[in-house]
Design a protein around this ligand. Structure first.
Ligand code: LLP
Length: 421
């Protein structure tokens, strides 16, 4: 459930008409709902009630500091994957002891910054990374808390570009080699081996792959304990999918996911961490855009809108479906007609939907892309020298621009032209 609903014939974000925000900030823009973010966070938190746990929001999904602070104030930790994310989380007020550092390619600099600034744990992904982490920790006179990410060789049954738990993926250490790698880690004085990490992929719509992976993690926990490691924390990654198409059946709920976690792992008495990103932010955000032209093609009508693939890349990159709705609610019984909904960028890939049934639309009409809160703004670029679009946060009857649209001067003046030109 989200808080983008029609009221009096106009799409609202909580108590604010989307038309009012569009008039104030111009289109296109991203719009997030505080109540939805908090509700989704609470669903995970409640699903794990009764177990020692921390929900570490995977901030790669939507990393505006206003979003981070909203979630951190509700008790969330953060999962970060780069120096930039670490510094951004800290700037938003998240304490180091609630930040976990994931990612396959952490550099020595990133590790040093996090160790000095404070960190809950590093999720180590390879032996060479382990050696760098150990060396940096020793050079600082610190001991780095680590889990090791294992690759359980489980098929997440999701889009290949976002599946991470098969042995051919670049992520984690093959689970078959885990005991040997834990033994290496245990012998390093700069490391404190506290747990196991696993993340098998994103947009999972079935719990079975989670169950397969977590069952393997439970077995490994017992083996590692027998080997003498004090395994006390399990980081289970993120990945629970969201309903992108309202007409489709809904993916499992956080409550079911929490029950699965308890069923497979609670007997071990470990602290549980999860790293959801998409389910917290996805349906808490929409992208609002305006129709520039209605163009009649050969046997089809194109809606050319002011949002483009550089603003929301998911359809071009993953053939992802986003529900698209008019901001002004169509009258009951309005006949739908098919449109190709496209942006102004000079590529055929700049297509959001083909032959999508919509009520009749005309130049100037506003439309909203649902499910755009996660992996939307964060994956935007300035391709075609199009400014990054603003982000707006609603809370009840108030809204605030949480990232303004840059001016063309700001964009253009970032280039420097060498003296010889
Ligand atoms: N933890 C780790 C280690 C991850 O790599 C990810 C996502 C998450 C947590 C959060 O997963 P989530 O709960 O959001 O599924 N850009 C793609 C999604 C990439 C996901 C990358 N890793 C998309 O737009 O679908």
């Amino acid at each position: 459930m989200d808080h983008f609903l029609y009221r009096n014939g106009v799409l609202h974000a909580e108590d604010v008409p989307v038309t009012e925000i569009a008039a104030a900030v111009g289109t296109p823009f991203y719009l997030y709902s505080t109540a939805t973010l908090l509700r989704h966070f609470a669903l995970f938190d409640e699903a794990l009630a009764g177990t020692d746990h921390l929900v570490c929001y995977a901030m790669k999904a939507a990393s505006n500091q206003a979003i981070l602070r909203t979630l951190a104030q509700a008790g969330a930790g953060m999962d970060v994957v780069s120096m930039g994310e670490y510094l951004r989380a800290r700037a938003a007020g998240v304490p180091g002891e609630r930040i976990v550092f994931s990612g396959v390619g952490k550099t020595g600099d990133e590790i040093r910054t996090a160790l000095q600034g404070g960190i809950r744990q590093f999720n180590v992904e390879s032996e060479p990374e382990m050696e760098v982490l150990n060396a940096v920790a020793l050079s600082l006179g610190k001991v780095a808390p680590i889990t090791i990410r294992v690759n359980p060789d489980v098929d997440a049954k999701t889009h290949t570009k976002i599946a991470t738990g098969k042995s051919e993926n670049k992520f984690g250490i093959p689970i078959a080699r885990a005991r040997a790698v834990y033994a290496m880690a245990g012998a390093m004085r700069g490391l404190d081996v506290i747990g196991i990490d696993v993340h098998i992929g994103s947009q999972l719509t079935d719990l079975a792959p989670f169950e397969a992976a977590y069952t393997k993690v439970a077995e490994l926990t017992e083996q590692l304990r027998a080997d003498g490691h004090d395994i006390r924390r399990l980081d289970l990654g993120g990945g629970l999918g969201i309903p992108y198409e309202r007409s489709n059946s809904a993916p499992p709920l956080p409550l079911d996911y929490g029950a699965l976690i308890k069923r497979t792992l609670a007997h071990l008495g470990c602290e549980i961490e999860i790293e959801p990103g998409r389910l917290i932010a996805g349906n808490a955000g929409i992208m609002v855009s305006k129709v520039i032209y209605l163009k009649s093609g050969e046997g089809r009508d194109f809606l050319i809108i002011d949002g483009a693939m550089n603003d929301l890349i998911r359809p071009a990159m993953y053939d992802a479906h986003h529900d698209i709705v008019p901001v002004i609610e169509p009258a009951a019984g309005t006949e739908q007609q098919p449109y190709d909904i496209v942006g102004p960028v000079c590529e055929s890939g700049d297509t959001f939907a083909r032959q999508r049934d919509m009520p009749p639309l005309a130049a100037g009409d506003l439309i909203a892309f649902r499910g755009a809160g996660a992996y939307g703004a964060v994956m935007a670029s300035e391709y075609n020298t199009r400014p990054l679009i603003p982000e707006v946060l609603v809370n009840g009857d108030q809204f605030a621009v949480i990232r303004p649209r840059p001016t063309f001067d700001e964009m253009i003046n970032r280039d420097t032209i060498p003296e010889w030109l």
